[in-house]
Design a protein around this ligand. Structure first.
Ligand SMILES: [Zn+2]
Ligand SMILES: [Zn+2]
Ligand SMILES: [Zn+2]
Length: 79
């Protein structure tokens, strides 16, 4: 099959060009609305200056390294 209609932004694939075009417009608008600066990085990623890809309770980097994933804003909450 040669119909590789994939959204460049979210990776979703489509069967019809019409649907794909419409989705691309929608996805582009959505991406423009959410600025990248909103994303927070955990302590480990901040100190390593790497991109923090958060999962349910730890980010990818911390999961791979097997270390505790600590978000800067909740650090003093645990006693
Ligand atoms: Zn998309
Ligand atoms: Zn991280
Ligand atoms: Zn982390």
């Amino acid at each position: 099959m040669l119909n590789a209609l994939v959204c460049h932004l979210c990776g979703k694939d489509f069967q019809e060009r019409k649907t794909h075009t419409r989705h691309m417009n929608y996805c582009r608008k959505k991406a423009a609305k959410s600025p990248k600066t909103r994303k927070r990085s955990c302590k480990a990623c901040t100190s390593a200056k790497t991109r923090c890809e958060s999962y349910s309770n730890a980010c990818l980097r911390c999961l791979v390294k097997g270390i505790a994933c600590v978000m800067p804003f909740i650090e003093s909450n645990q006693v």
